[in-house]
Design a binder for this molecule. Structure first.
Ligand SMILES: Cc1cc2nc3c(=O)[nH]c(=O)nc-3n(C[C@H](O)[C@H](O)[C@H](O)COP(=O)(O)O)c2cc1C
Length: 182
């Protein structure tokens, strides 16, 4: 049976888009139809998808509120299909905060949405000082000092564990190929 996945992302500096694009390619390689949308550009009927994946990054402690609003507005349709939620933030690089159950932003995010969730995960993001405006650079540097991260403003660091992104995609693929197993 044909299965269509819709991937909707909210990004500021492009890293959540990169992760979602990676998943999109993974599904296409597995011969599963996949469509990728920025949340601002999504204007499709949710019921035309069998799975919806929603990814969002964290800025100053919060996910884009439009994402939460989108989920809660569409919860009835989302509850009829498979759903997956992923968060991208820098705190995931800390072993004690690197799971959906221990990442404080993801816990907050999940508490704000009123919708079933079939697949969830958190991914470490990218630290990209050269792209940040003065104030953000200063604030991120301060956060990095407090959390013992990199304060080298010249070198971008991608903390994302791509094997983990692949495993997340594979779980969704396996569930489509044999829906009774998870
Ligand atoms: C202005 C700013 C604020 C951020 N605030 C947080 C934060 O509060 N907690 C955190 O873990 N990461 C924080 N980050 C890190 C981002 O979540 C990370 O860089 C992520 O890869 C950004 O994804 P995006 O490019 O899709 O927006 C922040 C980054 C920026 C630039």
């Amino acid at each position: 049976m044909k299965h269509t996945i819709g991937i909707i992302y909210s990004t500021v500096d492009g890293h959540t888009h990169k992760i979602c694009k990676h998943l999109h390619k993974q599904f296409q390689n597995a011969q599963i139809e996949s469509e990728l949308y920025a949340i601002e550009a999504f204007n499709q009927d949710i019921s035309s998808f069998n799975t919806i994946i929603i990814g969002a990054s964290v800025r100053y402690g919060y996910h884009n509120k439009n994402v939460i609003e989108f989920i809660n507005t569409n919860k009835e349709n989302l509850n009829q299909i498979k759903t997956a939620f992923l968060s991208v933030n820098l705190v995931v690089r800390k072993p004690e905060k690197n799971s959906p159950e221990t990442n404080p932003y993801f816990i907050k995010f999940m508490n704000k949405i009123d919708c079933k969730r079939d697949f969830i995960d958190v991914f470490a993001g990218k630290l990209y000082y050269p792209a940040y405006p003065f104030f953000d650079k200063l604030m991120i540097k301060l956060i990095m000092v407090i959390t013992k991260g990199s304060t080298d403003t010249k070198t971008p660091i991608e903390y994302t564990n791509w094997d983990r992104v692949n495993s997340f995609g594979n779980k969704i693929i396996k569930n489509i190929q044999s829906p009774t197993k998870k």
